[in-house]
Structure formats: structure tokens, C-alpha cells
Design a protein around this ligand. Structure first.
Ligand code: PEP
Ligand code: MG
Length: 543
């Protein structure tokens, strides 16, 4: 196809961009593919196998420790036996020999070799040894996931001016996206609250979602023009379209620069005199720098998932502390709310091996995972406590539903702070993201110093419409009267306890008056939106 083509979708992050298509395919699917390798690739594939083995062994030891604490030594031994198998030089040599002889990729070698090994065990008479077949399947799966984890980093080194083209982007796929290389994102499936959209808004780059058959039409290397406000993608633009883009793009950029300059400084106060604090949602040092440059009053949500999802092993307290210190250093002296890890549902770090669930979004997620894995909680609390010696830190607990979700964490925080000799503990806050939490604020407030309303999840759970589900986007209405009513209840019932709001709704200029009428006076939005939201507040009227 050489002619220009215009594709229509839903504009989910504004802006225009020109760039080259990079087609991103689900790593697990791609990894299961079989491909031949040549002489020059053999050494590299061997290294991949070795690395995956080291990685899986390290994770098996971590799992063994966890199991020992939870279920006793016998359960831990299962993992240690698996780990011991990976020390067996004959297995490793067999894998390498197969690779050399068959000249096929590492994934395929592992799949073939472990399938054969598992079937041998399954043919044995001893029932205990027969069971080992399942352990071998599990090892194979872990190795394949580890290899996939390594490949997931293909987004780490994208060329400049990339337009990322994907069927769907999950959080684990996007941890390495950077505004320095990616100029736009387009996806077959992505509504306003999908992670791809959220990320694009945070990066301040245009994003168009809901473009049917995108991957059949766009090919790697195609030149694309993306208009994130109109929801339009032009494939292989002709000279006229390019000229129009240059003019319109230049004009938009000039307008944007002028708006930013005019709006970023000073407090945001409505026409009728209500002061509203505008903080930023961030996930990296790059975001924190942008937030500071664009006049954010604080960091209202530091999402820690990208750091934990990017790691190939369970990060240590020192690693997490270093990451926080490095990321937060431009925000010294202002309020910073760091959210504890919100994983589960669609975010599963490869080293945790969370078991699959029938209803992932209604299953073990956020604080529920932290209650299950105390060492994961402790690593984070200890790191945040360290950092709190230098910064004005608050800790946010994700996905709270009941009092018990807070009480245990509050107690652990106290203990750890006492052990570390920290008398001025960081503020503790609860995310209000479930209707149950919203309706229990008068009870929950005795345990926390502040609340933060996450309207993305609150909408998903109130409207019974999945935020990643493209089939029910018409039900995902985050400014529905039911949501605004819940916000109002939270603000009223919180009494003196401060409440802020950090879901995507906070970044929607057209909903500002209605939002402020719920009584909310503190917002946190994607860093790139801070000036626009300050501007919208200055034009809003509170009844
Ligand atoms: C929310 O749910 O509104 C929120 C801010 O959290 P996240 O989007 O990271 O789930
Ligand atoms: Mg949430």
C-alpha cells in the first residue's frame, strides 16, 4: 500500500506528532515463536539461556524463603529442588548442544528439552517421581518468562521519533517508554483509562486508541502523522498532509508554549476565590523534573509499579531507596506522596509468580498482595522511611477496601520507624478506589493522615466496567453523577483529614467546575497537564 490512508480512532491524549512506526507485539506470543539462528547468533543465545537460568535460580531461592516463612520447610524444599535442577551441568550442556546442533532460538530449545524431560518423569512408575513432571513444566515456564522479561526491554532502546503501534499495551510493556524517543502511541484497544492512554498523557505525548485492524494496516517503518485530539492517524502522508502538519503542528506548539508560560506560575484560584492545589502524578525522575518545571504544587502520586515491573529480580531495600532518592531529588522541600506497589490484576512482576486468578481485577491486587507478601511491604516501607529523612513524604496504600487493609500496615510502619530511630513518621494515606472504601471514610479516617481518591479504579468498580475493556467504554464514565456523589461523600466524611484526587478525572479541564463542586480542593494530574488544569481552575466557578 503506497497511497496515503486516514485512520480514525478515539483521541485519548492530545497533541500532534510525526514519526516512524514501531510495531510492538506481545512479548510472550513473540517469544513462543520458533526461529532459526545462524552461526553468529549461537553465542548470544547461549548467554540468554545462562542469564535466564541465573535469574530463575535467584527467584526460586526468594520463593523458597517466602514459603518457608508461610508454610514451612517442606514447601520451601520444592523450590530448592527446582533450583538444584538448574545447577545440573548436564541439563545446561544439553541445552547448549541442542542449540548448536538444531540452530534454533533459546525459547524453542528450552521448550523442547524440558518437554522431553517432563515426559520422561511422567512415564515412571513411582508416583512421587511422576509428579516431578509438573515441577519441570514449571521450570520451563519460569525460564520462558525470564527470557520474555529480557525481551520486554526492547522498548528500552527505541530509535528517536518513534510512533509506538500496538494491539494493546500493558503496564509491564510500557515501563521503558520515554518521551525522548517515543513521540506518539497508537493502539487497537485503548480507552481513556487504559494504561497506554494514561502513560501517554503522563509523558505528554499524543495517543489515539480504538483503531480497528491497526496492525494489519500499519507496517514497521511507515511514516505516520498522529493527532491525539482528533483521534486521527495518517499513514504515509502525502506532501500536502505533511505541509499541513508542519503548519498546524508549529502553530499548536507555539500556542502550547505561550499557555504554559502564562499558566504554570502561582497558585490556582477559582474566579470566586477558592484555592486549589495542583500536584503531579509521576513515575520517574524525568516526570518529577517536568512537574517542577511546569509549576506543580507537589507530587500527589508517585507510582512505583514501573520500577518494580522493570526489575528482573525482587528489588532490595537499597535498590529501591537509591531509585527513590534519584527520582525525587528535584522535588526537595515539597509534598510527595509515594504509593506502595499496586500490583496484581494486570501487573505481575515476573519474579513474584502470582498465581492466575479467575477475576484478576476482583482478586488479589494492591494492598491485598502486600498483606500476602510481608517482605515486599517491608522493603518498601523501610526504603520510604530512609528517604523520609530528606523529603516531605507521605505513603499511600493502594486499593483499600477494609480497615484491616490499613491497620497492619500502620503498625508495621510504626515498628520499622521506631527501629530506625525515626520519630517524625511519614504521613500515611489510603487510596479511595473502591465504593466500599468511599462509603467507609468516616471509619477509616481514624487510621490515616490523608486520603487520595483514585477515580480510575473507583469508576471501574462503581460502574462495573473494566478500565482496559474496549467493549464497555460507554459505561466507563468517570464524571458520572454516581462518581461525583461518592467524591462528595468522601470529602464530607473525611472531616479535617485532607483529601486529594489523583485519577484521570482531575486532569479533565471540561469537568472542572463539576468536580470542584463536590468540595474537593486538591488535585494531582499528569505533569504535562499542570498548566492547563491551573488555567481551568482559574476559569471555574464554585457554587
Ligand atoms: C486510580 O485508580 O485512579 C489511580 C490513580 O491509580 P492507577 O491509575 O495507578 O490504578
Ligand atoms: Mg488505581
Amino acid at each position: 500500500m503506497n497511497a496515503m490512508l486516514i485512520l480514525k480512532g478515539e483521541g485519548v491524549s492530545p497533541g500532534v506528532a510525526k514519526g516512524t512506526a514501531f510495531i510492538y507485539i506481545d512479548v510472550l506470543k513473540r517469544d513462543t515463536e520458533f526461529y532459526k539462528i545462524d552461526d553468529a547468533q549461537i553465542a548470544g543465545e547461549k548467554v540468554r539461556i545462562e542469564k535466564a537460568i541465573v535469574d530463575v535460580r535467584r527467584n526460586l531461592i526468594i520463593d523458597a524463603k517466602r514459603m518457608e516463612g508461610k508454610l514451612g520447610k517442606e514447601s520451601a524444599d520444592i523450590f530448592l529442588a527446582q533450583e538444584a535442577m538448574l545447577l545440573d551441568r548436564t541439563i545446561i550442556e544439553d541445552l547448549k548442544k541442542t542449540l548448536e546442533v538444531e540452530r534454533i532460538n533459546a525459547e524453542h530449545v528450552i521448550r523442547m528439552a524440558f518437554r522431553l524431560l517432563a515426559s520422561r518423569f511422567r512415564e515412571l512408575n513411582d508416583p512421587v517421581l511422576r509428579e516431578r513432571g509438573d515441577d519441570i513444566d514449571d521450570l520451563s515456564r519460569r525460564l520462558l518468562l525470564s527470557l520474555a522479561g529480557i525481551q520486554a526491554h526492547s522498548l528500552e532502546h527505541l530509535p528517536a521519533n518513534t510512533v509506538l503501534v500496538a494491539s494493546r499495551l500493558l503496564p509491564s510493556d510500557t515501563v521503558f517508554l520515554s518521551r525522548t524517543t517515543t513521540v506518539a502511541v497508537i493502539a487497537e484497544f485503548a480507552g481513556r483509562a487504559a494504561h497506554a492512554a494514561l502513560l501517554a498523557r503522563e509523558l505528554g505525548i499524543p495517543c489515539v486508541g480504538g483503531v480497528p485492524k491497526l496492525l494489519d494496516i500499519v507496517h514497521a517503518g511507515d511514516l505516520l502523522l498522529v493527532d491525539g485530539a482528533k483521534g486521527e492517524v495518517i499513514v504515509k502522508p502525502d506532501a500536502q498532509a505533511l505541509q499541513h502538519y508542519e503548519e498546524a503542528g508549529g502553530e499548536l506548539q507555539r500556542e502550547k508554549d505561550a499557555r504554559v508560560r502564562a499558566c504554570r506560575a502561582g497558585r490556582a484560584i477559582t474566579c470566586d476565590g477558592c484555592a486549589v492545589s495542583v500536584m503531579a502524578n509521576v513515575r520517574s525522575r524525568e516526570d518529577v523534573e517536568l512537574a517542577m518545571e511546569l509549576g506543580a504544587d507537589g507530587i500527589g502520586l508517585f507510582r512505583t509499579e514501573p520500577f518494580f515491573m522493570a526489575a528482573k529480580h525482587f528489588p532490595s531495600e537499597q535498590e529501591f531507596t537509591r531509585f527513590l532518592l534519584e527520582s525525587l531529588s528535584p522535588a526537595r522541600g515539597i509534598r510527595i506522596d509515594v504509593r506502595l506497589l499496586d500490583i496484581g490484576a494486570d501487573k505481575n512482576p515476573i519474579y513474584l509468580h502470582l498465581p492466575p486468578e479467575p477475576d484478576p481485577f476482583l482478586g488479589r491486587r494492591g494492598v491485598r498482595v502486600l498483606r500476602e507478601y510481608p517482605e515486599l511491604l517491608e522493603t518498601q516501607l523501610s526504603a520510604v522511611l530512609q528517604v523520609s529523612r530528606q523529603f516531605q513524604i507521605g505513603i499511600l496504600i493502594p486499593m483499600v477496601t477494609t480497615e484491616d487493609d490499613i491497620v497492619g500496615i500502620a503498625a508495621r510502619l510504626r515498628e520499622l520507624a521506631d527501629n530506625m530511630g525515626i520519630h517524625e513518621r511519614p504521613r500515611l494515606g489510603a487510596m479511595i478506589e473502591t465504593p466500599a472504601a468511599a462509603l467507609s471514610v468516616s471509619m477509616l479516617r481514624q487510621y490515616v493522615d490523608f486520603f487520595s481518591i483514585g477515580t480510575n479504579d473507583l469508576t471501574q468498580y462503581t460502574m462495573a466496567a473494566g478500565r482496559e475493556s474496549s467493549t464497555v467504554t460507554e459505561y466507563f464514565i468517570d464524571d458520572h453523577p454516581a462518581i461525583l456523589r461518592l467524591i462528595e461523600i468522601v470529602v464530607q466524611e473525611a472531616g479535617d483529614t485532607p483529601v486529594s484526587l489523583c485519577g484521570e478525572l482531575a486532569g479533565r479541564a471540561n469537568a472542572m467546575s463539576r468536580l470542584l463542586n463536590t468540595g474537593i480542593r486538591s488535585l494531582s494530574v499528569a505533569a504535562s497537564l499542570v498548566p492547563d488544569i491551573k488555567n481551568a481552575i482559574r476559569h471555574a466557578r464554585v457554587l
